[in-house]
Design a protein around this ligand. Structure first.
Ligand SMILES: Nc1nc2c(ncn2[C@@H]2O[C@H](COP(=O)(O)OP(=O)(O)OP(=O)(O)O)[C@@H](O)[C@H]2O)c(=O)[nH]1
Length: 332
């Protein structure tokens, strides 16, 4: 059952109490009691059934909500505008409408409520008795407390859900979907912070570009599924060869980038060799027997760097030198 239907069942179920108290006090004839029973305990199920079998459930639900308001207007007239239950009914029905579809929708349903109220009032001969007894006040209390609590609990739950989904979206926006590593956007932001840190503290840091050798031939020979599996396997190697404070990412295509914090050129060279050896050993079930190598370019941060782009260009040039010198090697 959707949130709207649960709220309708609860609201109408509790709303029966104050109306019944007024009907009882005024010794209202039994057809009104039958109508109240139908409205409170049968209509919520009919509304649920109608929107379930509808081809356009949200349109049907808007109609159901308008019917809720019209029925509420009718009960206000039947209660002869008994002050507290009438105000309570109007307030709760308005809260529902704003919660579901905002103020404009409230305007439309309020119109239905006013018309139904006027018609019922005229049919009953324009009676007015606004006095509310203590008995009726007491009958209003469960509705007065429980329904707003339920509505605000649902609103809070929805708010939390939206917050969690937003956090999830922000996270996914920074992740490469094939390898699960960070994507270039996230990595460049991290590299900007690292460069700023270097410019302030002069603590060493290295950017490393890791490019798969002859990757096209894996795609061409074994298919893109094998290519993707190889990219994943290499990303696992990067994860396992790096420290917590390093940031590996997929730069694009068959190229990865790594930010090595607190690392000098010598330290980076050791890391590069570790990666190179580990990649040579990688095997994937999608392309049995097929091995892969990487060419690695490194650039240590220096005083002349103005931007991350400069830093990446330096590492990229080193990587192309490694390619030109025969691949499967690291250059700084
Ligand atoms: N499977 C797969 N292939 C990709 C993806 N992104 C890029 N590629 C492929 O990666 C290959 C990169 O080819 P090249 O730039 O020629 O590089 P290479 O074949 O590794 O050659 P060298 O870098 O010179 O050693 C191309 O075939 C791209 O189609 C991806 O997400 N999945």
């Amino acid at each position: 059952m959707s949130r709207i239907h649960r709220m309708r069942a609860l609201g109408l179920g509790l709303g029966v109490l104050p109306i019944a108290a007024v009907l009882y006090e005024r010794a209202t004839p039994w057809p009104f009691w039958a109508m109240l029973f139908l409205n409170g305990y049968v209509w919520p199920h009919v509304a649920y059934w109608l929107s379930n079998r509808s081809r356009d459930p949200s349109r049907t639900e808007f109609r159901n909500l308008t019917a809720d308001s019209a029925l509420g207007g009718m009960w206000i007239a039947v209660m002869q505008f008994n002050l507290l239950p009438s105000a309570l009914l109007a307030a709760m029905l308005s809260m529902d409408k704003i919660g579901v579809a905002g103020w404009r929708f409230l305007g439309r349903t309020a119109m239905a409520q006013a018309v139904a109220c006027a018609v019922a009032w005229a049919a009953l001969g324009f009676p007015v008795q606004i006095y509310t007894s203590m008995f009726v006040i007491a009958a209003c209390l469960p509705f007065l407390f429980a329904y707003p609590m339920a509505i605000s609990t649902a609103a809070w739950g929805l708010g939390r859900k939206v917050l969690i989904q937003n956090q999830m979206l922000q996270y996914l926006n920074r992740i490469d979907d094939i390898t699960g590593l960070y994507n270039r956007k996230h990595w460049e932001e991290a590299a900007e912070r690292e460069l700023a840190r270097y410019q302030r503290t002069r603590r060493p840091a290295v950017v490393m570009m890791v490019d798969l050798d002859d990757f096209k031939s894996i795609n061409d020979g074994h298919g893109h599924v094998a290519g993707d599996a190889m990219l994943r396997a290499v990303s696992e190697v990067l994860r396992s060869c790096l420290r917590e404070i390093d940031t590996p990412a997929r730069f694009g295509g068959d190229e990865f980038c790594v930010l090595l914090a607190e690392t000098s050129a010598d330290g980076a060279r050791e890391v590069a060799e570790r990666i190179r050896f580990a990649v040579e050993k990688v095997e994937i079930s999608e392309a049995p027997g097929r091995r892969c190598t990487v060419s690695i370019g490194m650039a240590e941060a220096n005083r002349l760097l103005v931007s991350v782009q400069d830093w990446v260009n330096l590492a990229d040039s080193a990587m192309y030198r490694a390619k030109n010198k025969g691949r499967n090697r690291a250059e700084a």
